[in-house]
Design a binder for this molecule. Structure first.
Ligand code: HEC
Length: 94
């Protein structure tokens, strides 16, 4: 029983890391990382700071996806709305 639990935990752990990596890849591909970094401020705020700013704000996800997709209140990005959703979810979960 114990070993089964460890196996399940290992799989869950791996898939979470996999998702984070896929999102980072997407952020790179979408050009986000030329103006942002996870930990440090570049031209834009660090993604960790963004997550801190919107912590507990239930409207943040839709709000930020809207900003990115319509390029209002944010520089124009080339990623699709679906990609923006995945990216904003990733950022807010930091
Ligand atoms: C050309 C540079 C540039 C690119 C490319 C860019 N950003 Fe930004 N981003 C900024 C700047 C500058 C700000 C700060 C804007 C402000 O607060 O007025 C910002 C702010 C943000 C915020 C916080 C907005 C808020 O209202 O608090 C998020 C989230 C964000 N960017 C996500 C992304 C994502 C995801 C991508 C890639 C699809 C991306 N950015 C690409 C420059 C950029």
């Amino acid at each position: 029983m114990k070993s089964l639990m460890f196996a399940v935990m290992a799989v869950v752990g791996l898939s979470t890391a996999g998702v984070a990596q896929a999102n980072e890849e997407l952020a790179k591909k979408s050009g986000c990382l030329s103006c942002h970094a996870v930990d440090t401020k570049k031209m834009g705020p660090s993604f960790k700071d963004v997550a801190k700013k919107y912590k507990g704000n239930a409207a943040a996800e839709a709000d930020l996806v809207g900003k990115l997709t319509t390029a209002k209140g944010h520089p124009k990005v080339k990623s699709s709305e679906d990609d923006n959703k995945a990216l904003v979810k990733w950022v807010l979960a930091m």
